[in-house]
Structures are given as structure tokens and as C-alpha cells.
Design a protein around this ligand. Structure first.
Ligand SMILES: NC(=O)c1ccc[n+]([C@@H]2O[C@H](COP(=O)([O-])OP(=O)(O)OC[C@H]3O[C@@H](n4cnc5c(N)ncnc54)[C@H](O)[C@@H]3O)[C@@H](O)[C@H]2O)c1
Length: 258
């Protein structure tokens, strides 16, 4: 009996029942894993992605487990699509409590020797400016109720740099800096802003290059799975993460330490 009370009390810190979470990039990979884990903790998940079929599949799986979710098409580069996602969240579930900015693209292996300005601007627009746009669009709702959780998915590339894709590293470094800045500015509105910077994770984005060397760099000697990242997001989005703001958590199997 006593242990059941203890377990229930602990669960209360992590559960997200009654909370509404928008997850961008929820059609595939890490975003899909985040949507599923947050829904599993009881959140109403508003899953959005530029790939309509993929995000509908994510939500079908959520609903098939008796959990709550709705799928919305969204190109995170477009304010009108972002506004539509927020309208769906509010009309379906009443508010937005959690925003997870996950949607992004990869650089394709260019270096400073061959990158074009057009390619630089393309990825900064998708991976950094979109995080600014989505965040600015949900802020009025979170500020009005003086509560909210924002989790931005960055990358180890934004911390340590890499041997290619300077635009990807710069955008992700920008996401980390924006996270810290917003944590300062939004504390007065009781909005937690944190970043999760994954190591190598088994998704199609990572599958475009060989992994062997990177796996050898991890202390766990394995590639990460989307859930490895989603559990960190769940902590930051829950009451358990109340005292955590302006932080970068790196589930990376020990590949680097900060
Ligand atoms: N996989 C890794 O090893 C790794 C490592 C570090 C960081 N990350 C980061 O994790 C996040 C998820 O990446 P992933 O590995 O799951 O990649 P992924 O390609 O599997 O998923 C990315 C999702 O974003 C969506 N997306 C792309 N452009 C969009 C747009 N304009 N509007 C809306 N949605 C859009 C895609 O359709 C896709 O569903 C990204 O922010 C990525 O930079 C991944």
C-alpha cells in the first residue's frame, strides 16, 4: 500500500494529463517519438508536419492506444500554417501548454569549400527562424496564463561543431542561444525554455551517412533511439522539470560531456 502511494506521487510529477502539447516535425523520427511519449503520459498532442500522411500515421497510432491526438499539416516556415496549428490546438483542447520545436532539415554534407549562400539561408530559415516564428506565435497564450514549457530540439553540432554542414551547426547553435535568451526573458511569465541536444539518433536524417565511427565515440556503444530523446523532452515538459530552465540536456550515450 505504502509503495503504491509513493509510485503514484512520483507519477504525478511526470504525468501530462490535461496538458496540450504541440510537437512540430511529428511525422517521423524523433518528433514522432516525442509525440508518442507525451501522449503516453496523458497529453493531448497536436502533431504537425509538412508530410501530411506521415503525421496522420503518428496520430493514428496514438489514437489506436486510446490516447489523445490530432494531426495538422504545417510548414513551419509559414506563419499562416503555424497560426492554423495553434487554432486547432485551442479549438480542440482549449489551450497550449507545451511547445516542442523539433522540425528541421539536414545539411547534406557540404563544407565551407562548397556551400552556397542560398543553401546557407535555406537551412537557417528552416532550422532557426522557424523556431523563432513558432515560439513567438504561442507566447501570447502562455504569457496570458503565466505558464508554459518550451523545448527546442538542437543538436550536438550546435555545441561541438562538426566536420561538415556549417549552416546546420550555426542554426543549432542559434537555437541553443535563443533558448537561453528566452529562458531569461520569459522567467517572469513562468515559462520554462530548455533545449535537448541529441547525439546520433537512428532516424532517416542520420541514416544518410555511415555511423560506425560515431557509435565508437559513444560510451554506450550504440546509436540512440527516438525514445531516448523523447524521455528527456517529457521530463522538461512535466512538473518534474519545474526548476529547469535555460538548460541544454544531451542524451548522447556519453559521446561528449558539457
Ligand atoms: N537524427 C539525429 O541523429 C539527430 C541528431 C541531433 C539532432 N537532431 C534533430 O532532431 C530533430 C528531428 O530530426 P530527425 O532525426 O527525427 O529527422 P527526420 O527527418 O526523421 O524528421 C524531421 C521531421 O521534420 C519534418 N519537417 C521538415 N521540414 C519541415 C517543415 N518545413 N515544416 C514542418 N515539418 C518539417 C519532416 O517532414 C520530418 O517529419 C531535428 O531538429 C534534428 O536536427 C537529430
Amino acid at each position: 500500500m505504502e509503495s503504491r502511494v509513493i509510485e503514484q506521487t512520483m507519477y504525478d510529477y511526470f504525468k501530462l494529463v490535461g496538458k496540450t502539447a504541440i510537437v512540430t516535425g511529428a511525422g517521423n523520427g524523433i518528433g514522432r517519438g516525442i509525440a508518442q511519449v507525451l501522449a503516453g503520459l496523458g497529453a493531448n498532442v497536436v502533431a504537425c508536419d509538412i508530410e501530411k500522411d506521415s503525421v496522420e500515421k503518428t496520430v493514428e497510432e496514438i489514437i489506436s492506444k486510446g490516447l489523445n491526438g490530432v494531426a495538422v499539416y504545417c510548414d513551419v516556415r509559414k506563419y499562416e500554417d503555424i497560426r492554423n496549428v495553434i487554432d486547432v490546438a485551442v479549438s480542440t483542447y482549449g489551450t497550449v501548454d507545451i511547445l516542442v520545436n523539433d522540425a528541421a532539415g539536414c545539411g547534406g554534407g557540404v563544407t565551407v569549400d562548397d556551400i552556397t549562400e542560398e543553401e546557407w539561408l535555406r537551412l537557417i530559415e528552416l532550422n532557426l527562424n522557424s523556431v523563432f516564428r513558432f515560439t513567438m506565435s504561442v507566447l501570447p497564450i502562455m504569457r496570458a496564463k503565466k505558464s508554459g514549457k518550451i523545448v527546442n530540439i538542437s543538436s550536438g553540432a550546435g555545441i561541438t561543431g562538426d566536420f561538415s554542414d556549417p549552416h546546420y551547426a550555426a542554426a543549432k547553435g542559434g537555437v541553443i542561444a535563443l533558448t537561453k535568451e528566452l529562458a531569461h526573458e520569459l522567467a517572469k511569465d513562468h515559462i520554462n525554455v530548455n533545449s535537448v541536444a541529441p547525439g546520433l539518433v537512428d532516424t532517416r536524417m542520420a541514416r544518410i551517412r555511415p555511423w560506425e565511427d560515431e557509435i565508437a565515440d559513444t560510451l554506450w556503444y550504440r546509436v540512440g533511439q527516438p525514445e531516448d530523446i523523447a524521455y528527456a523532452v517529457a521530463y522538461l515538459a512535466s512538473a518534474a522539470g519545474e526548476y529547469c530552465t535555460g538548460q541544454v540536456i544531451s542524451p548522447n550515450g556519453g559521446a561528449w560531456m558539457q
